[in-house]
Design a protein around this ligand. Structure first.
Ligand SMILES: [Zn+2]
Length: 445
């Protein structure tokens, strides 16, 4: 009886599951269809940007301002970073213009937006319309019956077959995309990447691996004939990965380039570029600095840093800025500098933390100080009229009718060219009141 009952349950479950799967399939198709609609609209905004840009001067920067402003308008309305919106506009425009069959398949829910993205991104290498049409037909056939990652691998092979230019020519172009990038990954860790020609990447990897093996061999291994002879030996317990990372970081932080254009020297041991040291802005609460708590230290006021690292950096710094925050709401009240008098610039960097355009997170130290109300039109040079804006958004504000008005509490009320209003309050330092008060010997607020 029991067996029959559980089989009955399973039948019920199977029926319910089958129903859920059907519904999931339907919802997937509906989402794909909406994604196609969205792409149509996004492509249309790109089209408007292109038309407006055609009337602008030939300067690339000025032509791009139109689409940046439109991207910022959409970003403000949807709470999406405007750089991300701009990328989506480009992708949508390419999908609608260059891959109409794939766009139609998306609209019918036969492929997902990830498949469509694969087709657009991988096909970007093909310029010839005939080659692209053949590519679209071939890859779409695969996309209709396979996952997006597999479709991507297949699409790359198709591009390789159809590409009119030799790999030598293409590599020459690709070399121009070399870059270094950084991304925070949480827990006070970040990822640093380099895009470089494969032969150099392989070379770097091989050299680091050799150096790591050598380090491990020299430092770790107890002598083979007396395995536990030396009690004082310091054995290297780091993994090969950890040693590789440590050596790479050491080389990047302390080495200089082999050819230094600033000094003309083939190797610049002490001066020139080698003399440029790494900079980091650490915000560390007094109670954490004093060792009474372990919380609240941040890089550039935004990315959490562990207290040990923050205290080590503070101990080694020749001078530091003090930022006084309100004990309840956390707003910045004032700044001063150990050794130097307070100044407006430091205050702004501490208050704003990042660019004050809606959604932007460029750190204040790489931002311009913008007069919200133009200095030439009578705007004052004080904190009530100044704010940090990154180059991109400073230019946008100068060139297009994006209007900021600073309110008494440091909030900035932005009005977009289409009249959409958004208020950006100054960033606050997060404070929870469960830490002990600072010792009485600390400087009074
Ligand atoms: Zn910005």
């Amino acid at each position: 009886m029991e067996g029959t009952a559980s089989l009955g349950h399973r039948d019920d479950d199977d029926a319910a599951l089958a129903c859920l799967v059907e519904e999931i399939v339907d919802i997937h198709a509906a989402i794909a269809s909406l994604e196609a609609e969205l792409a149509t609209r996004m492509a249309a905004t790109q089209q408007i940007a292109n038309q407006r840009a055609a009337h602008q001067s030939a300067e690339t920067r000025m032509r791009e301002i139109e689409e940046r402003s439109i991207a910022a308008e959409i970003g403000l309305a949807t709470r999406v970073n405007d750089r991300a919106v701009q990328n989506r506009m480009h992708d949508a425009h390419e999908l609608v213009r260059d891959y109409p069959t794939a766009h139609a398949a998306l609209a019918d829910g036969r492929i997902s937006s990830r498949h469509a993205a694969v087709i657009v991104e991988t096909g970007r290498a093909l310029q010839d319309p005939d080659a692209r049409a053949l590519y679209e037909a071939t890859v779409l056939e695969r996309a209709l019956r396979d996952t997006a990652p597999r479709t991507k691998a297949f699409a790359e092979q198709v591009v390789e077959e159809l590409h009119p230019r030799s790999i030598t020519e293409r590599h020459r172009e690709a070399v121009k995309t070399r870059t270094v990038w950084m991304q925070h990954r949480g827990d006070s860790m970040s990822e640093l990447g380099i895009i470089t020609p494969t032969v150099l990447a392989e070379g770097i990897w091989d050299r680091l691996t050799q150096q790591a093996h050598e380090t491990k061999t020299v430092q770790v291994a107890p002598p083979a004939d007396e395995p536990d002879a030396d009690d004082d030996a310091v054995y290297d317990e780091r993994s090969l990965d950890q040693i590789r990372a440590d050596i790479a970081i050491d080389l990047l932080l302390t080495g200089g380039p082999s050819v230094d254009p600033t000094t003309g020297a083939i190797t610049g041991p002490a001066g020139g570029l080698a003399a440029i040291h790494a900079r980091a802005s650490i915000v560390i609460p007094a109670v954490t600095a004093a060792g009474f708590a372990d919380r609240g230290a941040t890089l550039d006021g935004a990315t959490p840093v562990d207290a040990e690292t923050a205290r080590a950096l503070l101990a080694g710094a020749p001078s530091w800025e003090r930022i006084f925050t309100h004990p309840i709401h956390g707003h910045v009240l004032a700044t001063d500098t150990y050794r130097r008098p307070a100044n407006l610039d430091r205050y702004l960097a501490a208050r704003d933390i990042h660019c004050r355009f809606p959604g932007c997170r460029r750190p204040a130290r790489v931002c311009d100080r913008d007069h919200n109300h133009d200095w030439a039109l009578g705007g004052t040079t004080d904190a009530c009229n100044l704010a940090c804006l990154c180059k991109r958004h400073h230019t946008l504000k100068t060139e297009k009718p994006w209007k900021p008005v600073q309110l008494r509490d440091g909030s900035i009320r932005w009005t977009s060219p289409l009249g959409r209003v958004s208020t950006d309050p100054p960033e606050r330092y997060v404070i929870f009141r469960d830490e002990p008060d600072p010792p009485p010997s600390d400087p009074p607020f």
